[in-house]
Write a protein that binds this ligand. Sequence first.
Ligand code: ADP
Ligand code: MG
Length: 625
Amino acid sequence: MQKGTISVQTENILPIIKKYLYSDQEIFLRELVSNAVDATQKLRTLANRGEEVGEIGDTTIQVMVNKDAGTITISDRGLGMSHEEVEKYITQVAFSGAKEFLEKYKDTTNMIGHFGLGFYSAFMVADKVEIVSKSYKTDAPAVQWVSDGGVEYEIGETDARNERGTDIILHISKDADMYLEDHKIEELLTKYCRFLPVPIQFGETNQTETIEPTEEGQEPTEVTTTVPHIINDTRPLWMRPPSDNTDADYLSFYRQMYPMGEDPLFWIHLNVDYPFNLTGVLYFPKINNKFEVKKDRIHLYCNQVFVTDHVENIVPEFLMLLHGVIDSPDIPLNVSRSYLQSDPEVKKINKYITRKVADKLEELFKTQREDFEQKWQDIGLLIKYGVLTDDKFAERADKFTLVGNTNDKYFTLSEYLEHVKPNQTDKNNKITCLYTTDEIEQHAYVVAAQNKDYDVLKMGDPIDAHYMQHVEHKHTDVHFKRVDADTPDLLIEKDETTDSVLSDDERGKVHDLFAAAINAPAQYLELKALSPNDAPVTITKPEFMRRMKEMSRLSGGMDWYKDMPDSHQIVVNTNHAAIAKLLHANGDAQQIAKNLYDLALLQQNMLKGADLTDFINRTVGLMGK
Ligand code: ADP
Ligand code: MG
């Protein structure tokens, strides 16, 4: 063996590696297997170019753990390295890579493979690394290189290998002995190497085959054989042209990637090679309207090598709810996250993904509207979130963002505005859209609005409040009002007024009666001459205050509004027969007034506890008279 010294200013490669990559120790396997894949693909490229490489043969990469010897071996049948090449590629290039790395990026992880440092990640888990390699080019004996990560290494001839290719042998250090467990290596291979383009074998596995009997009356026999355990799918779905994949392929890929999930609603195959390279499949999962933001569902690959499942910044925020795979050699993995946000390449990718998603949604809406409406429950949340957070998407999404009414009919916003315009335009020429946040709680109000032939939208999700604000912002001639924001007559203010059937004097009496009966601050009590068909007493919650309170509760800000009491108005309909009757009720007038008020509270689900008991006792009392 001959001795050499690595020519580099840095004393020792180990501290660098350990300092910057310790947290990501396990990537050593990804790096070494990737190198084996690269070597195999280079060999094929050479062969395709007509270079003399001999017989290619079986190029399956072997990963082997020898617990007794304390080693992990990664063995490939790629192009191999000569003595000179080991010196050149392993020592010189790698170490200049280390210098470059140190100078440029001090605060980052995950860049190792991009600085010609991938090989040296081996030293995160090994205190000695051996290379045994034989180049496809020469008949010279194999070369052996041994290093403990210091500046000195040994290199020389060996007869440990007589076929083309490379073995990387890691002598695992004491504190990394968990990597000598088969299940750990299997886990890492599955995580990082599952879709690499060259078969990777890790041990063997049993395969059982059923052999049908040749003669009638015989039982079928089962034969178990041992076969190589291949970790990876070398041609994953996203790398194949979309036309080669069936729906069943997309579904089975999804189930393989997300075994715990329900089947997805639909998917988008991404495939672009200019101005950047990107392939992938994005799935719309069933979200079931639970606002579960799991931000680790899209997996990022670089040439089929798993990189990360933290795709913030690469995928637009609102699409983080999607599942699937993105594969791109053009995403700069060697830079910090804050930098990623402003990277022009990443911005382009971001825009492309947004556009593709909008295209797909628009196509689905146009060609399969019924189906799209059925899926709205599951996709609406994501789309509205996109509309609220991404202007570009919002522009596109106008065409397919739906609102649904209490009759379960769906409209696009412009369809809806057309639909309600004739009957729901108020005297200021504003279109009033009515909505309910809870059809059961607000039932009486919904019915009252419907009796006026008004349409009522369902806006029960927290995001709907933001969505309505967004619409009001964009369409200044549109405003939204919850069904209990006013008495039915005033929900949509029109020019028509109803004459009062009571005289001013009588109105004064009614006012005093209620003021005494309900014990509420005078400013909350209003007398109005409404339609005789409207309720005698109604509790309303003015839109503006209620909204401010809700918004502040949602956003956690503006405590001032949050602490305001639940403000509501008490509206007495002086045109209702029950109110006229009150004037002649003599001794029971106050009790009846109180009862009418309690009924209104009941309708709003606001009558509770002792007040409810009082109400029941009072009613029973009145009925007994
Ligand atoms: P990179 O893969 O980014 O070039 P690495 O540090 O991972 O950086 O590897 C350095 C170089 O060593 C490779 O470019 C390649 O020339 C050589 N090399 C590493 N592993 C192998 C292998 N298994 N077979 C052939 N050459 C290899
Ligand atoms: Mg590499």
